[in-house]
Design a protein around this ligand. Structure first.
Ligand SMILES: NC(=O)c1ccc[n+]([C@@H]2O[C@H](COP(=O)([O-])OP(=O)(O)OC[C@H]3O[C@@H](n4cnc5c(N)ncnc54)[C@H](OP(=O)(O)O)[C@@H]3O)[C@@H](O)[C@H]2O)c1
Length: 258
């Protein structure tokens, strides 16, 4: 059985990405911190799709986590064909109010862990080519977003890292795609204490399932980037037309925190 590994599979987009891949016959390695959620998802996947599903508890802010994941995959002889770097979160706060340890931790999850997993798992993926890597960025990567400065920059990093890898690995049949969701219904806003913005966000929110479906479709079509949803596509296009400052000033008003 060919396997896909999904980080941040305990909720939201990651959970839906795992379900999409299971529906296509892939065995799953599910990674996050909340083991109860992973076990419930693994049980659902096994019973619904008759594929193997292995929950693996890891805190990706720990720099040693990617190494442990690799060891686990090797010792369990997992034929890895797909790596999905989805785990991530934001901090909604003025930059100068965020303690260093908090933004460092976020950078480990959003940026260091995906890079390290790509590098450490590439040899395993190559053994099962054509292989795939899906890195989850965000439409915030197209512009600055005040009060989410480190998060936005981490997502821009993921975007350009993925675009570069896409070309580097193309000839080896390892296809790298970057999924760039806009506002999506998940635990994301609640975790960042952003629920005050939920009524506005609700107007443009996509379901995590739709985002995941678009991501997996784009991945198998070997797209370099996937922006799910019409509004997100249009917004990204406008920003790409060098109108960033308008959106950045707008974002400043929307996300402003005293
Ligand atoms: N929702 C949006 O509006 C939106 C928009 C653009 C991009 N995104 C991106 O989409 C991705 C998925 O987010 P989501 O919307 O699905 O949010 P979510 O429901 O909060 O899911 C985040 C996932 O990341 C995992 N995670 C967080 N910290 C972790 C850590 N230290 N170690 C391991 N896993 C960790 C969480 O699992 P545990 O807590 O169990 O560890 C959870 O499974 C993120 O990269 C996010 O930046 C989201």
């Amino acid at each position: 059985m060919k396997f896909a590994l999904v980080t941040g599979a305990s909720s939201g987009i990651g959970e839906q990405l795992a379900l999409e891949l299971a529906a296509r016959g892939y065995g799953l390695v599910l990674i996050a911190r909340r083991m109860d959620k992973l076990e419930a998802l693994a049980a659902l996947i096994r019973s619904t799709h008759q594929v193997e599903a292995h929950p693996l508890q890891e805190d990706l802010s720990d720099p040693d986590a990617p190494g442990r994941v690799r060891e686990w995959l090797v010792s369990h002889k997992i034929s890895l064909q797909i790596l999905v770097n989805n785990a991530g979160y934001t901090i909604w706060e003025r930059f100068d109010s965020v303690p260093e340890s908090d933004w460092q931790e976020m950078l480990h999850v959003n940026l260091h862990a995906p890079v390290k997993l790509c590098q450490m798992l590439l040899p395993l993926l190559r053994e099962h080519s054509p292989a795939y890597i899906l890195n989850v960025s965000s439409t915030t990567a197209f512009q600055g977003v005040p009060f989410m400065s480190v998060y936005t920059a981490s997502k821009a990093f993921v975007r350009f890292f993925s675009r570069s890898l896409h070309y580097e690995l193309k000839s080896e049949q390892v296809h790298v795609c970057c999924l760039m969701p806009g506002t999506t219904r998940s635990e994301f806003m609640e975790r960042a204490n952003m629920m005050a913005l939920a009524p506005t966000a609700e107007k443009v929110m996509m379901s995590a399932q739709k985002v995941a479906q678009a991501g997996i479709k784009g991945l198998f079509r070997k797209k370099i980037e996937v922006i799910p949803g019409f509004i997100n596509k249009i917004q990204s296009l406008i920003v790409a037309l060098r109108l960033k400052p308008i959106f950045e000033k707008g974002a400043y008003k929307i996300y402003n925190r005293p």
